[in-house]
Design a protein around this ligand. Structure first.
Ligand code: GLC
Length: 406
């Protein structure tokens, strides 16, 4: 699919009017099919959904998990192929990287920003939010029956649970999937994603082998991040292992502010910017109900923070860093205001579970209308639903989850 007409709905080409164009579900399916890529590398078969063929041609770990979830509604065999393809890149020690370069190496222009040991590497040395086991449970079957998924969980626990309480620590902002979120500004400063010093962070961590313990011991920083640990708890529960939701509450819940706030080490900094990630634990079925209600009532449904015409923004509207239009200039700084469909879906799950069905329905309507008018975009303006960022963006197919809750 390309921009524009095939996916417009409504006689004027821009309205929410009578359904004359394809539905959100049809748009989702057509983008997933268009982005699908199959092939072989050194005899290993791969098959995955490119996040956006022009801008993101490789296999990204968490994008693939979301794509697999979306595929189950249209072609369930592809859900399995997508996740099998991730597992085909797994190392013998269980490690699975953030991006896998199946059919071509990372481009020279991107090399300074990509966490690869060398240009010809098959994958990055960094992780993304570990939702593979949970995605497998939703889209494929029992993850405990696939030993390679348990092996990834053991690698994560062994390499990233730095304090022995079950929670994982990340070594770079992009490991959270939330690249340039303002919550990372005080932690990584000039070395944060999309800042001048980011290539220096990549360079330093390359020298340290992206080893979290070595990085922490050389003054870090390392971060116990809310979204990563939310996905981790969902995956552990999908595997039938002990949940870490209690540990997440214990370490990161800020009772006074009614939010989850990350912790950096060394130093113990708790970055205070209000971003949607602070609400992500709503996706956890075992989140204590009173905490879930505070997240919804004090933040998600608060017009000063996350309640907008379309769906929750990635940063609360009251933050000085809030840029709902995605910002200006040649450097893309992601996750600083626009609405992302995966984020909306994760909090939508919690709203439904806690009984905020009408409010969840309004959010679903806002997103569906945006998708039917604008196509699957990487992110949307939370006030107007205008499509922003990359086109034909695969995980926005999760909109189908919000329109059909089966
Ligand atoms: C951006 C996003 C990241 C995503 C990637 C590919 O870097 O911040 O979460 O995985 O694009 O879509």
């Amino acid at each position: 699919m390309s921009r524009g007409s095939p996916h417009r709905r409504g006689a004027d080409g821009g309205g929410y009017g009578p359904a004359s164009g394809p539905s959100a579900g049809e748009i989702a399916e057509s983008v997933l099919r268009g982005n699908w890529l199959e092939g072989r590398r050194d005899g290993v078969r791969f098959a995955y959904t490119r996040p956006s063929p022009g801008r993101y041609p490789w296999q990204w770990y968490w994008d693939s998990c979301f794509a697999a979830i979306a595929w189950r509604r249209f072609d369930p065999a592809r859900s399995r192929l997508e996740l099998e393809s991730l597992l085909a890149a797994q190392r013998p020690d269980g490690f699975l990287g953030h991006t896998i370069f199946w059919d071509r190496p990372v481009s020279l222009g991107r090399l300074p920003f990509y966490n690869v040991a060398s240009r010809g590497a098959l994958q990055t040395e960094t992780i993304q939010p570990p939702l593979l086991a949970w995605a497998w449970q939703i889209a494929v079957g029992d993850p405990a029956a696939e030993p390679r998924i348990g092996a990834q969980a053991r690698w994560l626990a062994g390499s990233r649970d730095l304090e022995g309480d079950g929670l994982l620590w990340i070594v770079q902002p992009d490991e959270s999937g939330l690249d340039a979120s303002p919550k990372f500004d005080p932690v990584w400063g000039w070395r944060a994603n999309a800042r001048i010093g980011f290539p220096w962070l990549v360079h330093t961590n390359r020298r340290l082998g992206w080893n979290a313990r070595r990085i922490r011991d050389r003054a870090g920083p390392v971060l116990c991040e809310t979204l990563v640990n939310t996905m981790w708890s969902l995956s552990l529960q999908a595997l039938g292992e002990a949940s870490v939701t209690g540990a997440l509450v214990e370490r990161l819940w800020d009772e006074r502010r009614g939010l989850f706030l990350d912790e950096a080490q060394p130093g113990g900094e708790r970055p205070g910017a209000i971003t949607w990630a602070a609400l992500a634990p709503l996706a956890l079925p075992d989140l204590p109900e009173e905490i879930g209600r505070r997240l919804v009532e004090e933040h998600l449904l608060n017009g000063r923070e996350f309640l907008t015409a379309v769906a929750p923004p990635s940063v609360a509207a009251c933050e000085s860093s809030y840029q709902p239009g995605g910002g200006r200039g040649p450097i893309r700084r992601y996750w600083r205001g626009p609405t992302w469909v995966n984020a909306a879906w994760l909090v939508w799950l919690g709203m439904r579970r806690l009984g905020y069905v009408e409010e969840a329905g309004r959010m679903a309507q806002g997103l569906t209308a945006a998708v039917e008018r604008e196509g699957l975009r990487e992110y949307y303006d939370p006030r107007t639903g205008s499509g922003l960022g990359a086109r034909d963006f695969a995980w926005s197919a999760l909109v189908a989850e919000l329109t059909d809750s089966k």
